[in-house]
Design a protein around this ligand. Structure first.
Ligand code: ARG
Length: 266
């Protein structure tokens, strides 16, 4: 069942690829901010056409990855668990996002002591929060989030540097089921996923390589990179409404629709 969502986004006015903190980023090749803004507007329009509410945080000059709002925090039940970035290049984004929440009336906000990149590595389902580790978010943050949010957190081990955040390899289709690319996970975590989600959608290496797993579902409508053709077909076959978007410029920094989207769950 679809229901209306509230998302926080950040216009990529200062977007650029000027350092490399994941294998997608090539500072020599760079990226074009104007193209990124146009594509990002398409994503924002898609959410608004679906009836979702979009709030905006002001982009900050000198923080070219700030467009990737998913990394800014994890918000569950109105509680805001702040981000603490793994790389110095993005460190200033943590306090900037936390500040947006405190300025906007979220009283229960925690500045984390443990390294974590928000919804990039924490994906919230009805009964459980799935949490990635291996490249960015520390397991100690999984424990801290569980204590702060009072929800069970299940650790999943990421093993492929191209899929450095959990949200590049898995997305919740609804509150109970997920789609994922098995190759991004350790053998033990693949077993955990098989056990928890026997009916999951398994994505191919090709669909993962266009960041097809970096999708946003409201339970019925799935906003997904246009290049992920096979995955889109399977989602349709399961009765979901697929909304393709083109975020090819943002992919040059290793991001897709979900990376640009922080869900505010009250
Ligand atoms: N260039 C950014 C980084 O490497 C991309 C972040 C993508 N965000 C995400 N939620 N996967 O940190």
């Amino acid at each position: 069942m679809a229901h209306s969502r509230h998302y926080l986004m950040c216009r990529p006015d200062h977007f650029a690829v000027e350092y490399a903190i994941n294998p997608w980023m090539d500072p020599e090749a760079g990226a074009d901010a104007a193209t990124a803004v146009r594509q990002w507007e398409g994503l924002k329009d898609a959410y608004e056409e679906l009836g979702h509410k979009v709030s905006l945080i002001n982009p900050i000059d000198g923080l070219p990855d700030m467009v990737f709002a998913a990394n800014g925090a994890l918000v569950v039940g109105g509680r805001v668990y702040g981000a603490r970035f793994a790389n110095a290049e993005r460190a200033a984004e943590g306090p900037a996002y936390l500040r947006w929440f405190t300025d906007n009336g979220f009283a229960t906000a925690m500045e984390p002591t443990e390294t974590n990149e928000g919804e990039g590595d924490f994906l919230t389902l009805d009964e459980v929060i799935l949490a990635g580790t291996g490249f960015r978010t520390a397991i100690t943050a999984h424990k801290q989030a569980q204590e702060f949010l009072g929800r069970p957190v299940v650790t999943l081990q990421l093993v492929d540097p191209r899929y450095y955040h959990l949200d590049t390899a898995l997305f919740p289709i609804d509150g109970r089921n997920v789609a994922y690319y098995p190759g991004a996970f350790s053998a033990g975590s693949r077993e955990v996923l098989r056990h928890m989600f026997p009916d999951a959608v398994l994505a191919s290496a090709e669909d993962a390589a266009v960041l097809g797993l970096n999708a946003v579902s409201d339970g019925h409508n799935v906003v997904i990179n246009v290049e992920a053709g096979e995955l889109a077909l399977e989602l349709k076959r399961r009765g979901l409404n697929v909304i393709p978007v083109d975020l090819s410029e943002l992919r040059k920094a290793g991001g897709g629709p979900k990376c640009c989207t922080l869900e505010i769950r009250v």
